[in-house]
Ligand binder design. Structure first.
Ligand code: NIG
Ligand code: FE
Length: 411
């Protein structure tokens, strides 16, 4: 089956040769072809170029993209999309003056979601979650990382990870699973954090590995949650089971989490709303991708990750949603890209690079996703008619997407 897209106004994010990521000033370069075609065979991109050169291409189906842009689907490398219920009441409590921290301290927050999830059956959790996954696919997400971490008990963490596995079998997009047993201290272990970490390492992790339920390991390294020592124990244990790290660090406080994560070769360090010079220094020359989550900053009214400082020091940067019921009840990568431009002073080129090629790297998926490259998966966004790609982040809140193609098929 061959699908040909013709008369594309601009084809974005062309990488003739496979590259893993873009850094520093290179992030401001977004290679494009004006008046382009793109040819797909089955689920792969097999050719692309100038319209003038495509004279003899035969295909089973043709889509005319006159006036429209074509780009790779977004990669969302950080989500907690598997959850039960909602935390809309906490949202209202925050409007009425309580802080995220105060809500967490009185049993709300992550523990609130864990309680709801405990009382939700695996099949109900699956139904609630896959609905959200299908929604984000329609919004152009073609690769998605999903974390556990609202279980906080052996049974419930496994329930979450099995749901992620089921989602993976039911949707056509790339799904990566991350084990986040150390997301918060459950009530039962309130006065014994060491025992909970022992439980995560000695009881949960071996079963997660045995059932092959995770690709990565995560920990919420933050004051009041897990310390540097805790993170170290968890990353060492994860490594023994072959799980590279993708970690929550520097959301509210910067105290060395970034350099520790880099020391353990973390694939990504996520949040970074607080960032000091030592953190930037630690990232230099490393393989660790910094990941910003602007929708979280927006929703919680906390600082935005200093994207300019990161990129201006020569580093790469990726963007993700953080979709979760407490700090970011939104999985819209289009909003993330707009917000990165509007609030973090990223150029459209930088934001699109951060949400495609670099985001694919941050979830270990750049071999097949994140750019228009021959041989990569045909996961594409076809926009409505727009003047140019600046219009995508500029006209924020509009739905610019006309069609989403996943594995060569129109969704
Ligand atoms: O990435 N920071 C830790 N975890 C999530 C939020 C968790 C929650 O409030 O449910 C985050 O923002
Ligand atoms: Fe998160």
């Amino acid at each position: 089956m061959k699908l040909l897209i013709t008369n594309i106004k601009t084809l974005l994010q062309i990488r003739d040769r496979h590259i893993e990521k873009v850094s520093g000033t290179d992030m401001n370069i977004l290679p494009t072809i004006e008046n382009a075609y793109l040819l797909i065979e089955n689920d792969r991109i097999i050719d692309y170029g100038f319209m003038g050169d495509h004279i003899n291409i035969k295909a089973d189906k043709t889509i005319d993209a006159t006036g429209k842009l074509v780009l790779p689907t977004w990669c969302d490398s950080h989500s907690h999309i598997v959850y039960a219920g909602s935390r809309a009441q906490e949202f209202v409590d925050r409007i009425n003056g309580l802080s995220y921290e105060e809500i967490a301290n009185r049993g709300g927050g992550i523990l609130n979601s864990a309680k709801t999830l405990e009382n939700t059956s695996e099949s109900d959790l699956f139904e609630q979650s896959i609905k959200r996954v299908n929604e984000v696919i329609k919004m152009g997400t073609g690769a998605l990382e999903i974390k556990s971490g609202y279980g906080l008990s052996l049974e419930s963490e496994l329930k979450m990870l099995r749901v992620i596995k089921r989602i993976k079998a039911h949707v056509p997009i790339e799904i990566k699973a991350t084990f986040l047993g150390a997301h918060a201290l459950p009530e039962k272990f309130k006065n014994n954090k060491e025992a909970y970490i022992d439980h995560v390492i000695n009881d949960m992790l071996p079963l997660v590995a045995k059932e092959d339920l995770a690709d990565y390991i995560d920990v919420f390294c933050e004051k009041g949650y897990f310390s540097l020592d805790d993170m170290q124990r968890i990353l060492v244990a994860g490594k023994e089971y072959g799980l590279p790290a993708k970690v929550h660090v520097n959301q509210f406080n910067a105290f060395g989490g970034v350099s520790l994560a880099v020391k353990y070769n973390a694939l990504s360090v996520d949040h970074l709303e607080e960032l000091n010079d030592d953190d930037l220094e630690a990232l230099q020359g490393s393989k660790t991708m910094p990941v910003a989550l602007p929708s979280c900053s927006y929703f919680l009214s906390i600082p935005y990750t200093p994207a300019r400082r990161i990129m201006d020091s020569g580093l790469p940067l990726a963007l993700a949603t953080d979709y979760n019921p407490g700090s970011t009840p939104s999985g819209n990568m289009n909003f993330v890209v707009s917000t990165a431009c509007i609030k973090m002073k990223m150029t459209p080129e930088e934001a699109i690079n951060a949400a495609t090629i670099n985001a694919a790297y941050a979830m270990g998926s750049s071999k097949d996703y994140g750019s228009i490259t021959t041989g990569k998966k045909a996961n594409l966004i076809i926009t409505k008619e727009v003047p140019n790609y600046n219009h995508l982040p500029y006209a924020f809140g509009d739905n610019h997407i006309e069609q989403v193609i996943i594995n060569g098929k129109v969704i």
